[in-house]
Design a protein around this ligand. Structure first.
Ligand SMILES: [Zn+2]
Length: 124
């Protein structure tokens, strides 16, 4: 078999990022799903088209580690948003309501950790 080129990878893709599904545009990256630093090879089933942002975010994580990281990131983001809202509302919130809101937040947190992350290229 001939050497796999970056163009081969693009040709066998739909021009969308394997991870987020957005069209990659001109500055796409050939991304090692299993990273080079962890023994991932330059071969067809390990190289995918990625947008620069996803590649940057994934860095040298495995696909599973990337998923875990996205979940944690989302949880943190929502956590931050809730914290800001609570701070803004705190002068107006009764103590018992505050407890209720915290419980609600814990439920949301649980929901997020239960989410299955599926990357675009894994859909069938
Ligand atoms: Zn992407």
């Amino acid at each position: 078999m001939s050497y796999l080129t970056k163009q081969d990878i693009m040709n066998s893709s739909d021009g969308k990022c394997f991870y987020c599904g957005q069209p990659v545009g001109e500055y796409w990256h050939a991304e090692h799903k299993n990273p080079k630093s962890k023994g991932g090879r330059w071969e067809e089933n390990n190289i995918v088209v990625s947008c620069p942002l996803c590649n940057l975010r994934k860095s040298n994580k495995s696909v599973q580690e990337f998923k875990d990281c996205l979940k944690i990131r989302s949880t943190k983001r929502i956590s931050y948003a809730v914290k800001m809202v609570l701070e803004l509302l705190s002068p107006y919130i009764q103590d018992n309501e505050y407890d209720e809101i915290c419980d609600l937040w814990k439920q949301i947190d649980n929901l997020i950790s239960g989410i299955e992350i599926t990357f675009w290229g894994e859909r069938s």
